[in-house]
Ligand binder design. Structure first.
Ligand SMILES: Cc1ncc(COP(=O)(O)O)c(C=O)c1O
Length: 411
């Protein structure tokens, strides 16, 4: 297990009792990230690209350095990294700039029932607007995708055909915690249809797993800074260079152009043609400190830490509450992230979360922006506890004590 990293996170000094179990929605920030934010705002808080004066040049240099740090983190080329506001915007960028260009009536768009709304609704709307067929891969009872992995063969042929133009799927489910065998799925899908465009929602994997875009061989990968110790207001879209080059911009305006005339506009090359207007400059600059922190801690160690905490939590929830707690998602820890969504007796998830909050335990309750999945699981809402780098066994034990109080209060 990782040694107690709470000391690196100032929030725990200000709120020592906090048991923070909602990193799936928002991670906490280490001091190095906050310091970098203050450095930008207090030393060189100028706009980027446009100033010929020193502090603007410094801000531009720091901003572009982050692009390189992100590229190295996912084994990409620097100009394949586009900064957006969040994962949602990254996925919408692809749906608008590429989707609306390549999708015609009768084409197929494939996604899964376990998607977050941000990787579901943009494709559903695109299908509705164009008359494309919207196909959804179901899950099995264990929370894995309903694909046949036995003998190494995925029966993807039944869903993916030569007419499938886009496959949009999550690497890790934000509810079930399922880690999908992405590499195998991509390989097989590209064999069935080499022209398929594969969009990966990596919002829940970039913070916890090694991502190598060259090895994965997808076409787009989207994730958010705020879920990986970085500031809010920063998303990443990695896209294959050839695709980014041929795509139209998503937003038009300042900084994404190279020349503008009364009758026409010439755009900059990617990634800049996708970054119209003033971005979240200080936040992008500070994002690289988050990535450096993750790298120096070690992504493999982080994953191992989360596996141990998750196993411990699954075990004590079972030991203490037995069948009263119903946990969703895979039992096999190798296929599961540090996310535990559950129902408890017939107590309402919002009541559970609110009683836990009285004890300074922060969990999420609701459908977690995954309504199709909750409908599929036949529940309106779940409680979700999720772990990250700063959590420890004591947090898990406090959750169990908190749930005992819930039981006492609501029965
Ligand atoms: C799997 C998944 N995809 C996408 C998103 C959306 O991320 P954002 O709110 O940063 O756009 C989330 C957020 O929780 C998520 O968990």
């Amino acid at each position: 297990m990782l040694n107690n990293l709470k000391n690196d996170f100032p929030i725990f000094k200000n709120y020592p009792d906090l048991v923070y179990l909602d990193s799936t929605a928002m991670s906490l920030k280490p001091k190095v990230v906050l310091e970098k934010l203050v450095e930008y705002y207090s030393r060189y808080s100028a706009n980027i690209y446009r100033g010929v004066y020193k502090i603007s040049e410094k801000a531009t240099e720091e901003y572009e350095k982050t692009r390189q740090v992100v590229a190295d983190f996912i084994n990409a080329e620097k100009n394949e990294v586009v900064f957006t506001r969040n994962t949602t915007e990254s996925i919408n960028l692809v749906a608008y700039s590429l989707g609306r260009k390549i999708i015609d009536e009768g084409d197929e768009i494939v996604t899964t029932v376990m998607e977050h709304h941000s990787n579901f609704v943009p494709w559903q709307i695109l299908a509705l607007e164009t008359g494309a067929i919207f196909k959804i891969i179901d899950i099995k009872d264990d929370g894995s995708l309903n694909l046949n992995f036995q003998s190494g063969n995925l029966d993807l042929d039944e869903v993916i055909t030569k007419k499938t133009k886009i496959l949009a799927l999550t690497y890790t489910s934000n509810v079930l915690g399922t880690i999908n065998p992405l590499k195998e799925i991509i390989e097989k899908a590209k064999k069935i249809n080499p022209k398929i465009i594969i969009v990966v929602d990596a919002a829940q994997s970039a913070p916890h797993l090694k991502i190598d875009v060259k090895d994965l061989r997808g076409d787009f990968v989207a994730f958010s800074s705020h879920k990986m110790l970085g500031p809010t207001g920063v998303g990443v879209l990695w896209g294959r260079k050839e695709l980014l080059e041929e795509m139209y911009p998503f937003l038009y305006g300042g900084e994404m152009i190279s020349e503008v005339y009364l009758e026409k506009t010439i755009f900059k090359n990617p990634p800049h043609k996708f970054e119209a207007g003033t971005p979240s400059i200080g936040e992008v600059i500070a994002f690289k400190e988050a990535i450096k922190y993750l790298k120096s801690t070690g992504i493999d160690k982080i994953r191992q830490h989360e596996k141990e905490l998750t196993l411990y939590c699954l075990k004590i929830l079972k030991d203490e509450f037995g069948e009263k707690i119903k946990i969703f998602g895979p039992k096999n820890i190798e296929a599961r992230a540090g996310i535990i969504a559950f129902t408890f007796d017939n107590f309402h998830p919002h009541d559970i979360a609110s009683i836990l909050d009285d004890q300074s335990i922060a969990v999420r309750a609701g459908h977690h922006c995954a309504m199709p999945l909750h409908n599929r699981l036949k529940v309106n809402a779940t409680v979700r506890a999720s772990f990250y780098i700063y959590n420890n066994e004591s947090d898990v034990e406090k959750l169990v004590l908190g749930l005992k109080k819930v039981e006492k209060t609501l029965t």
